[in-house]
Unconditional design. Sequence first.
Length: 474
Amino acid sequence: MRIGMRLLLGYFLIVGIAAWFVLSIFVQEVKPGVRRATEGTLIDTATLLAEVGREDLLSGNAQQGKLAQAFSQLHQRPFRANIGGIHKVRNEYHVYMTDAQGRVVFDSAGLAVGKDYSRWNDVWLTLRGEYGARSTQSNPDDPESTVMYVAAPVVDNGKIIGVLSVGKPNSAMAPVIHRSERRILWAGGALLGIALLIGLVVAWWINRSIGTLSRYADAVTTDSPLPLPNPGSSELRKLAQALENMRIRLEGKNYIEHYVHSLTHELKSPLAAIRGAAEILAEQPSPQVARRFIDNILVQNARMQSLVEKLLAQARLENRVEIVPKSVDVDALFARLADARSTLLTAKNITLTCKSTALCVEGDAELLEQALGNLLDNAIDFTPEGGAVQLAAHEGDKQIHFTVTDSGSGIPDYALTRIFERFYSLPRDNGLKSSGLGLAFVQEVARLHQGEITLRNRDEGGVMATLILHRPFT
């Protein structure tokens, strides 16, 4: 399966699970949400009607009072309303009123007058000054026939003289609930469809970008490689750059192979000359002729030795990836560095301070000496006559810090970002430039020792170079 399709499936699975959870929560909240809103309207209605029915209850003839007359006219006056696509054609409220003992004195349906409702929760609680509400099935065999009642007290002079309860069938709210659920489900389906479309576009884009990189990688082995593509993403761009670096390294190795072939070709000539001279010497020519051919052999030998040494140096530079660490005494290392540069220090009247330490490190003693020597040479070159240079080492958090500090002019700001580039060099006081390979060599030694090299300007003047060695070289 292609990676784009895997990403698409994973993405759609996550979106689908998230949508299922969200939709299920929304759908589950529709019904109780609608019922809570309806309950709020019921309590408002019950409170209002309780004020209207108070006079009827005090008169003792609630069946003929204003509340009864209003409901009688309401039942005789049909109405039509279109509420967001839901058609309402009749009043669905059921209202009854009880006296202080809980006996029904008025019923809008005319069915419960005279009955004792004092044990119903809406009446029971309201008569005791609490919030009264209940939900009861009008048909015990039909769970969908529940009616929600909310009661309000009928109060006269601060005393509860009765209860007015307003009920509404939950079935009247069913169309609103079903419509809301359908809309939520439709919206969820549209969301999943849009998510799938976006996933398909992303998968196509990823497959296209990876395909571009694959074609570029395949072209690396051909004689006409493609230019570096732009996949359009930072991560894929890094991968493309890594492939480009690999191509450059492969081309570098091809260059070395070509160089070795050229070197082999160059060796044929001196070898042939040496062989020819040896054959002539085997014939025991005159001393003058023999001396000439012996000199020729020596010249050709020196030529081959120079070529071989350059080849070995190139091979070490290109192929060395690790070292064999050995214990190195830091004090002895500092002493060798100071002795090797004593003449130069005396000539410039520079004071070199080597802080004594009892540290030992694990590493390549020759490489460490060459790296610290390069740093020390730079410090001496940039320190004016009569200045001071310090060589120190201390142990940190699982690290060894070698520091070389000078009192020179420091590194210019424009050179701070380029100081480790190969062949980049700053002019010395004598106007000359170095090869620009010293710090690059130090950086390579730091890499082989799993460490790092940093240079920073000191506030008091000069530069501090720090060579840090990490475990296991400490």
